[in-house]
Design a protein around this ligand. Structure first.
Ligand code: HEM
Length: 469
């Protein structure tokens, strides 16, 4: 039964709740993000629904999203088949755990990453190397007719640098291709908002292929097996004098009395899985959005190149030190991030206690999905012409100006822990490629922004004609 003062929304039918109506709206609108925005127009910014047996609330507005992100009792993650079947039948990792366990693990990880992989010189050296590899690769690729698929330029290189930064390990090209193919399969097949078997768990016994259960479990198994093999190799070949990301420190915790209660080998594997999942898809898709918008807006590309020519000249590649002096390049990245992230959802939440949101009652256990369109692509959140790509919105008097309402990496205890890395990586790749190459629409393939629902929003593959400047 619908609890009193639960947020308004579509009618609940026995057993399925609103699943049917949501499915139809999803099909009609082309994405769950658009479907829930449509519901918000009808019922208000906080929509109450039931999908299968789960009470679900969709949040589609800035202030309600801020309230959600900052309320500790709404900080939980779903505790269901979606969060357990990926990691050994238990909730493990960072993304899908909560409470004290999550806090201890996240605090440890953040401290260790800060002291190893996220140290300025370590991050800068790894990212600069990645940029050089991408440039060499692209130079080779344009030797023929110059036409290249934009979204295929980055995945293996992003994954390689992420893997090296997180584990201190380097893999052969062949190994990295194996991991990359598993990650690509993950991105295309796993929706962040849950699959059919999440809402109707019994389907895993009746039609495990059709309901997405087998794919979900098998892709996670592939990635975890890969990570497990690499960690075994690292343990055998590295001594403690040669640091490898945060992993040595984590293994020390597993073996000491203090860490025994929550540090374990399974948890270490799940953390690496989470860092790869969270970092790979977001970074690759943002880069695809950046270059798609640059194809659609050649004047923006020219302005960025002009800024770099005048600030750093043509004699060297941009570095992270140049970031502060290249506000226009930064504004292109922020605007593309807004356009990318605004098309999807935050990671699902669960109410850990009875609570309230936007004045409505949210019972313990309710599943909460925040539609980022409400914070990043909505006039109500202060964005003028929100669907128009306009980097200048982040500029004021020739300097970068980031509005307070730009909540890109979340807030509070569940805030993203890879924001510094993500922004540095994207900046260095975009600035360096624009400094060396021109990107134009490929003859006969006009650029079109066609968004595909995947783990995070992605674009339909599109071609660019790339030449050296
Ligand atoms: C374009 C790049 C990225 C964007 C837009 C982004 C955005 C976000 C957001 C909005 C959240 C918070 C979700 C919530 O409130 O529930 C989050 C969480 C997280 N992010 Fe990122 N992220 C990016 C890149 C990265 C990278 C590169 C890493 C790691 C290498 C990373 C690791 C994580 C992790 C582990 C969490 C879960 C935190 C938790 O549950 O406590 N992210 N990210």
């Amino acid at each position: 039964r619908k609890p009193r003062n639960f947020p308004p929304g579509p009618k609940w039918l026995p057993i399925i709740g609103c699943a049917w109506e949501l499915r139809d709206l999803h099909k009609m609108k082309g994405s769950l993000a658009k479907a829930t925005q449509e519901l918000a127009v009808q019922y208000g910014p906080v929509v109450g629904a039931r999908v299968g047996r789960e009470r679900t609330v969709f949040v589609c507005e800035l202030n309600a999203t801020k309230e959600l992100l900052c309320k500790v009792e709404l900080n939980g993650r779903p505790d269901d088949i979606f969060s357990t079947s990926r990691t050994f039948g238990k909730r493990r990792g960072i993304i899908f755990t909560d409470s004290e366990f999550h806090q201890v693990q996240k605090r440890f990880l953040q401290k260790q990453l800060k002291e190893s992989s996220f140290r300025k010189e370590v991050m800068e050296a790894t990212l600069a190397h990645t940029v050089r590899v991408i440039i060499d690769d692209l130079k080779k690729k344009i030797e023929g007719d110059g036409v290249n698929c934009i979204s295929s330029l980055f995945p293996i290189h992003i994954l390689n640098s992420l893997f090296t930064l997180m584990t201190g390990d380097t893999c052969s090209d062949q190994d990295m291709e194996e991991l990359c193919s598993a990650m690509a399969e993950f991105s295309q097949n796993i929706p962040l908002t849950g699959a059919m078997f999440t809402h109707f768990p019994f389907l895993k016994y009746i039609c495990p292929d059709y309901c997405g259960y087998n794919t979900y479990v098998n892709i996670h198994k592939r990635i975890l097996t890969f990570v497990s093999k690499r960690l075994k190799f690292l343990k055998q070949t590295r001594d403690s004098a040669t640091p490898c990301g945060f992993i040595h420190e984590y293994i020390k915790m597993i073996n000491c009395a203090e860490g025994r209660s929550s540090f374990s080998e399974d948890q270490l594997l799940a953390i690496v899985l989470d860092l790869l999942i969270a970092g790979y898809d977001t970074t690759c898709n943002t880069l695809s959005f950046v270059f798609m918008y640059l194809l659609l807006h050649p004047e923006v590309q020219r302005n960025a190149q002009k800024e770099m020519d005048s600030v750093i000249g043509r004699g060297r590649l941009p570095s992270l030190e140049d970031r502060a002096r290249l506000p226009y390049v930064e504004s292109i990245i922020l605007e593309s991030l807004r356009m990318f992230a605004g098309r999807g959802f935050l990671i699902p939440r669960r109410a850990m206690k009875d609570s309230t949101l936007n004045g409505y009652f949210i019972p313990k256990g309710t599943f909460i999905q925040a539609n980022s369109g409400g914070t990043l692509l909505d006039e109500g959140a202060g964005w003028k012409n929100p669907k128009t790509f306009d980097p200048e919105r982040f500029m004021k008097d020739g300097a970068l100006n980031i509005p307070d309402n730009f909540i890109l990496f979340g807030l509070g205890k569940r805030r993203c822990l890879g924001d510094t890395l993500a922004r540095a990586n994207i900046f260095l790749i975009v600035a360096s490629l624009l400094h060396i190459f021109h990107f134009k629409p490929a003859p006969g393939s006009p650029p079109a922004l066609e968004i595909v629902e995947s783990f995070t929003p992605s674009l339909k593959p599109s071609k660019a004609f790339v030449t050296l400047r």
